[in-house]
Each structure stands twice: as structure tokens, then as C-alpha cells.
Design a protein around this ligand. Sequence first.
Ligand code: ATP
Ligand code: LTN
Length: 329
Amino acid sequence: MEKKVVYSGIQPSGSLTIGNYIGALRNFKDLQDDYLCLYCIADLHAITVHQEPKNLRKNTLDLIALYLAAGIDPEKSIIYIQSHVHEHTELAWALNTITGLGQLQRMTQFKSKSQKVKEVEAGLLNYPVLMAADILLYNTNFVPVGEDQRQHLEITRDIAERFNSRYSETFTIPEILPAKVGGRIMSLQDPMSKMSKSDSNKDGFILIIEDENETRKKLKKAVTDSLGKISYNDDQKGLKNLIDIYASFSGLSTDEIVCKYEGKGYGIFKEELAEVVTLGLRPIREKFKEIRDDKAYLEKVYKEGAEKASYIAAKTVRKVYKKMGFIPR
Ligand code: ATP
Ligand code: LTN
């Protein structure tokens, strides 16, 4: 039987946080033996928020190196840069013609991101349509992403169903594959908001690639509460988030962690948390350093990836164009 397809993407819109790592990236490698996996660098998505071209170039190469450092094997999985496969924008255009404006305006990410800019541009509104195109191009069955992407998955399914019912069965309907723990890691400084690489408060996030001392400092400064008791509940959101981070790096359950630190103070808990996190990140940090400057290798990976992805994507676009009534060349 043919392998089922897993598809995911990450935007090169900055340096990745441990939120990206726990919610998405670190789950990618475990899927590659059982599925045909495609992992894209979503540069077309990144430009829906202004990117300095110089930074975008650097972040794109960093992200390829990070995919490799996180154990994605280009012999097993397809790693590629989204803008290298023109079918993404072609399919996105076609899907735009069957997507409701109201539905796009109701997306929570659109609402929150559009509040942060002076002028709202069309790319930000159409972002989920491009994401639907990414996923639907490859007959994807499963999409490993963090909880914040659930709504984007729902609209992707709606778009696919609408196309299938209007033009006959074409797209596979994809499902979200949520992280087992840590699907939504919160800011270390504001536990009510998601940890985000575009946060202006740098103490709110831990980067996958940063100095170990930085990581320790930020965890020490992380916001908790004045109750002084280790427990896992919604009244202690800051602490709860730290326990989630601990759980995802240690493999212990949240209950086991609460037990382990019963009667102990936040200071000791944070110190040991820093140990667990830095130890957990050390291999990927070391591997990243090893490969980031090997430009020739990175280029080989993304070129071969684009070739393999294009082959599948072109077939889908041909099929879609035919169903919509376009005359083939
Ligand atoms: P930005 O913060 O710049 O808007 P982002 O980090 O939310 O971007 P991506 O880089 O594209 O967006 O996210 C890549 C993956 O990381 C997605 O699967 C997303 O769900 C996941 N992710 C992002 N932030 C978190 C978080 N705080 N907790 C868990 N998963 C997250
Ligand atoms: N929107 C996603 C990134 C992304 C993606 C995708 C994820 C772009 N295309 C396709 C899964 C499948 C985000 O995490 N911000």
C-alpha cells in the first residue's frame, strides 16, 4: 500500500522559538519512517508581514539547516522552499475563487495580525488560502502543527470539500496531527499570549538557537505567581506553562513533575527546568552549528526537494485546471 502523506511548513519570519519546536518541528522526524513527509519553508507566507529581504534570505537558510539539525532526513522526506514550486501560487489563485470573503475575515490570526499593522494588505487576508493550496497540492492526509493552526486546517478542509462538490472528487481531506504535549506554549513574560518569535519582548521566548546562558536567564526571569506552591492548574498559568515545557523536554507527565517538586520552591524548579531545556536543545544546537555554513549541502537539499515536490504539485495543478475548464497547452 502507498504511504499516507504528512505535510507541514514553518515560516522563515525570524529565529524559531521552543514553541515552534515543541508544537511542530520536533515531531517531524518521528513521522518520516511511516509516512511520505513534505516539509516546506513557507517564505511566501512569511512576506504577508513585511520582511527585510536580507533577513528573509538568512532566515530561510537557517530554517533549512534547522530542519536538518532536527533530524529530518532528506533521503526520506522532501524539504523544499515554497517559492521554488510555482504551483503553490497557482493553486492558491484557483482556490481564492471558491473561498468566502466572510470566512477569511473571521479567521482569528487575521484579526489579531491586522490589528498590529497600519494598513491591512490583501496577502494577510488570503494567507489561509495559500496554506490550503500547500496542503492540498500533495494529497495530504495529516498536518502536524501547533494548536494555533487548527482554524487554518478547518478552512482548508472547507475549501477542499467545496471544490470536490463543485468540480467532482479531487482533493484528499486533510486532518490535523496535534502535538501530544505542548501544542500551545505561552510567552514566559505573559502567560496569556502565545510564545511567538515576533514578540517585541525578547524575554518572552526561548530561541532554539541561542546561547545556553541566555536560555537560563530567561527561564529564571519567567513570570510565575505569589502562591509559591507547585501545582498544575489554570490559576497558575505561568507555572503551568513552565511545567508543560518541562514535560515536553523530559518525557515526564505533568503529574510526575508536580510530585517531584512537591514542597519545593520555584527557584529550584526553574533551575532544574533550565537544565532539562538546555540539555534537550544541546544536540540540535550543535548539529545546527555544524551544517549551517555548508552552503553547498543546503543548496543540494533544497534543490532536490523542489524537484521532487514540483513533480507531485504539477500533477495536481494539471488536474485542477482541467476540472475547472482551462484548455491545456
Ligand atoms: P509568528 O509568531 O511569527 O506569527 P509562528 O511562530 O506562529 O509565527 P510559524 O513559524 O509558521 O508561525 O509556526 C510554525 C509552527 O509552530 C506551527 O505549526 C505553529 O502551530 C507552531 N507554533 C508556533 N508557536 C507555537 C507555540 N507557542 N506553541 C506551540 N506551537 C507553536
Ligand atoms: N501557517 C503556518 C505555516 C504553514 C503551514 C503550511 C503549516 C504554511 N503552510 C502548510 C502546515 C501546512 C504557521 O504555522 N503559521
